[in-house]
Every structure is written in structure tokens, then in C-alpha cells.
Design a protein around this ligand. Structure first.
Ligand code: HEM
Ligand SMILES: *[C@@H]1O[C@H](CO)[C@@H](O)[C@H](O)[C@H]1NC(C)=O
Ligand SMILES: *[C@@H]1O[C@H](CO)[C@@H](O)[C@H](O)[C@H]1NC(C)=O
Ligand SMILES: *[C@@H]1O[C@H](CO)[C@@H](O)[C@H](O)[C@H]1NC(C)=O
Ligand SMILES: *[C@@H]1O[C@H](CO)[C@@H](O)[C@H](O)[C@H]1NC(C)=O
Length: 336
């Protein structure tokens, strides 16, 4: 080997090193068991809080699990969705897809309070969202998995970003394929993650247009199975309470593949659900998961882990209260 070659190799390696260091500075390394030294009971504490919340109301599982999606898609999994509005910042809670819909924030508050008592200032709210979502699935009869941890909490939230990104219940499968693709989530990830609608409820608001005026035709969506449509017409009559809620599948407290069986039978609640079956690009996965729960569980876990890897690369902190950013010395100075 010539000296020139060795020198070149050396500089190439150096350059690589510099790039890796840069990348490491932008994002945090996520690993399972991140708190095993600093807060060994962290995962038990969160699971316990989620379990208790489900005794109060089974739906808390669904509502808590949904928060991972609404957090991670908007500038990464950084608990931005948990920030309350301030006079200087319109947060995500009142965004189009969240207002009168996202709920169970008090369950995450409870987990945070318990963790602050056990190990103050150690466990991020962003990690609590991820642990809580996993626990909600397990405690509803779904699969278990190791979550990667080590996230930081954002210093801001953005209602505009939430409005731009989060999909409407009117979205169809081809729109959602493109949206998920922007986050490097595959068609299989999209279908599996939509299987989260195996638990929980949606508002009549989210289905009215399908029942009475699909695509402005003045008629119902023909993909709705007639008996199911009759049922929905009763639960969500024209001019009725649009905040009334309806189960998202036939077994709304059980995390199972019933959701996919319902889609095959024209009993999907949302347009975004049913088009996963009516559109050819996604139908194969709906069929697969409706026939094989194990395949659904495997793909769901993979999707949740991939979604949990999304990061903004922005600076962060460990919030003391998930609803507000910590006060910095400069804030205190400015206030006085
Ligand atoms: C694929 C695109 C998706 C769309 C368009 C969508 C849309 C919706 C809508 C409209 C509701 C009902 C909200 C309401 O009427 O108040 C809902 C509920 C829910 N979503 Fe999604 N969602 C999607 C994906 C996901 C993902 C990826 C997850 C989690 C991994 C998720 C978890 C949930 C859960 C658990 C509920 C029930 C919440 C409760 O009972 O409080 N969704 N979703
Ligand atoms: C799906 O939704 C997109 C965006 O709203 C729309 O442009 C498209 O026409 C829809 N596709 C079908 C087949 O309905
Ligand atoms: C998706 O993957 C590409 C190529 O690996 C990467 O550059 C991009 O940042 C990723 N996007 C997201 C949102 O993670
Ligand atoms: C149905 O939707 C179309 C287009 O969005 C709208 O112009 C029309 O007024 C609606 N009809 C009813 C009865 O709501
Ligand atoms: C649903 O409830 C919220 C909060 O109570 C209220 O502000 C809103 O107007 C209601 N929406 C509908 C469509 O009834």
C-alpha cells in the first residue's frame, strides 16, 4: 500500500468520524432499559398508572395509546403534544385533529408525578408517552415489546405543524400511504398501525360525512355494509350530537385483529379505515391481518418502534411537568 493511499484512508475515516459526531449531537441515542441505572422502577411505575387508569375507564388505554401517534408525527416523539397553550405559544392540543378529541392527558400527568417522586428530573415525558402506549396495548390483550428510551422533551409545540400533518378522518388510503412514506413508514406499517383502532372510540363528527354526504354526493358511502349503516344512522342521526361516540370496532376494549375483520365486512368506522380495504394498494395487508392475528401483532410492534424512532433533532430537556416547559434563569430574569 502506498503512503498516499494510507493518508487518503486516514482523512476519509476522520471525515466520517466528524459526521457521526455531528449526527449524534442532533439526535439522542435511544436504547431499551435506558433508565435501568437512573430510575430502575420507571417502567413498572408507568405500567401501574396505566393499569389503574383502565380500571377507572377502559377507554383510557386507547386514548393514551393514540398520543404516541399525535406526538411522534409532529416534529418527532418529544411530548410536544402534551404542552398546554401559553400566551406566546399555540400548542397542539387545540389543533384540528386534536380539539375535543385527544384525551387522558391527566393519566400521563399521574405517571409523571409518580416518576418525579421516585426519581426527580430523570424520566422525560416523551419517554412516558412511548412506555404508556406500549403498556396500553399489553394491558388490552395485545403484544408486548421492549421500548427504546432516552428521548428529550421539546421546548415548544406547533399547532400549525399539527394541522398541516395530522390526517383527517376523511383521508383515504392513497393519501395516507404518501403521508406515512414521508416518515419512512411503509404501506405495511400504515395498515398495521391503523390496527390501533382495534381499541377506542370516535365521534359522530368523524363519520357524519360518510353517512349522509360522501364526497359531496348527498348520499352515504356505498362501502358501508347496510346493517352497520343502519346502526350508525341510529347512533349518529343527522342533526344529532356530533360529540357522541361510537366504538371503532366490534371489540373496543380488546386489542385484537377484529378491526381488520370488520374492514373486510364493510364495518370500518372511519373513511381512513374502510379505504384500507377498498383500495387495492392496502387490501392485501388488511386480508393478511384479518386472517392472522400473529402477523398483525408482529407488524404492529415493528411499526410502533419505527414511529417511536422519529426525532426532530432539536434541543430538549427533561420537563418537570409535562404540560409546561421548565423555567430557565433567563425566563425568571425576564419576568422580574
Ligand atoms: C392512519 C391514519 C389515522 C387516521 C386518519 C386516524 C384518525 C382517527 C380519528 C378521526 C379518530 C377518532 C377521533 C374522534 O372522532 O374524536 C381516531 C381515534 C383513535 N386513533 Fe387514530 N388515526 C390514524 C392512525 C392512528 C395511529 C397510527 C394510532 C396509534 C398508533 C391511532 C390511534 C387511535 C386510537 C387508539 C383512537 C381511539 C382513541 C380514543 O378512544 O380516545 N390512530 N383516529
Ligand atoms: C384520495 O384522496 C386524495 C386527497 O384528498 C384525492 O386527491 C384522491 O382523489 C382520493 N383518491 C380516490 C381514489 O378517491
Ligand atoms: C427517511 O429516510 C431518509 C433516508 O434514510 C432520511 O434521510 C430521512 O431523514 C428519513 N426521514 C425521516 C422523517 O425520518
Ligand atoms: C354535501 O357536500 C357538498 C360538497 O361538500 C356540499 O356542497 C353540499 O351542500 C352538502 N350537502 C349537504 C346536504 O350537506
Ligand atoms: C363538542 O363539545 C365541545 C366541548 O364540550 C364543544 O365546544 C363543541 O361545540 C361540541 N361540538 C359539537 C359538534 O357539538
Amino acid at each position: 500500500m502506498s503512503l498516499k493511499f494510507l493518508l487518503l484512508l486516514f482523512f476519509f475515516l476522520l471525515l466520517n468520524f466528524a459526521m457521526i459526531r455531528n449526527a449524534a449531537a442532533m439526535t439522542t441515542l435511544l436504547i431499551p432499559g435506558f433508565y435501568s441505572e437512573t430510575c430502575p422502577d420507571a417502567e413498572f411505575i408507568v405500567r401501574d398508572v396505566i393499569k389503574k387508569s383502565m380500571t377507572r375507564e377502559a377507554r383510557n388505554a386507547a386514548s393514551v395509546m393514540r398520543l404516541q401517534f399525535h406526538d411522534c408525527f409532529v416534529n418527532g416523539c418529544d411530548a410536544s403534544v402534551l404542552l398546554d397553550d401559553t400566551p406566546n405559544m399555540l400548542g397542539e392540543k387545540l389543533g384540528l385533529s386534536n380539539i375535543n378529541s385527544l384525551r387522558s392527558f391527566e393519566v400521563l400527568d399521574e405517571a409523571k408525578e409518580a416518576l418525579e417522586r421516585a426519581c426527580p428530573g430523570v424520566v422525560s415525558c416523551a419517554d412516558i408517552v412511548i412506555m404508556a402506549a406500549r403498556d396500553a396495548v399489553v394491558l388490552s390483550g395485545g403484544p408486548n415489546w421492549d421500548v427504546k428510551l432516552g428521548r428529550l422533551d421539546s421546548l415548544t409545540a406547533s399547532q400549525k405543524d399539527s394541522d398541516d400533518i395530522m390526517p383527517s378522518p376523511r383521508a383515504n388510503a392513497s393519501y395516507l400511504i404518501d403521508l406515512f412514506n414521508r416518515f419512512n413508514l411503509s404501506v405495511k406499517d400504515l395498515v398495521a398501525l391503523s390496527g390501533s383502532h382495534s381499541i377506542g372510540k370516535g365521534r359522530c363528527f368523524s363519520v357524519m360525512f360518510r353517512l349522509y354526504n360522501q364526497s359531496g354526493t348527498g348520499r352515504p358511502d356505498p362501502a358501508i355494509e347496510p346493517k352497520y349503516r343502519e346502526k350508525l344512522d341510529k347512533l349518529c342521526p343527522l342533526g344529532g350530537d356530533e360529540n357522541a361516540t361510537v366504538d371503532l370496532d366490534a371489540t373496543p376494549e380488546l386489542f385484537d385483529n377484529q378491526y381488520f375483520k370488520d374492514l373486510v365486512n364493510g364495518r370500518g368506522f372511519l373513511n381512513s379505515d374502510e379505504t384500507l380495504y377498498t383500495f387495492p394498494q392496502t387490501r392485501g395487508y388488511v386480508k393478511l391481518f384479518s386472517a392472522n392475528q400473529n402477523e398483525f401483532f408482529k407488524a404492529f410492534v415493528q411499526g410502533m418502534i419505527k414511529m417511536g424512532d422519529l426525532q426532530s433533532g432539536r434541543p430538549g430537556e427533561i420537563r418537570k411537568n409535562c404540560r409546561v416547559v421548565n423555567r430557565r434563569p433567563v425566563d425568571i430574569l425576564l419576568e422580574s
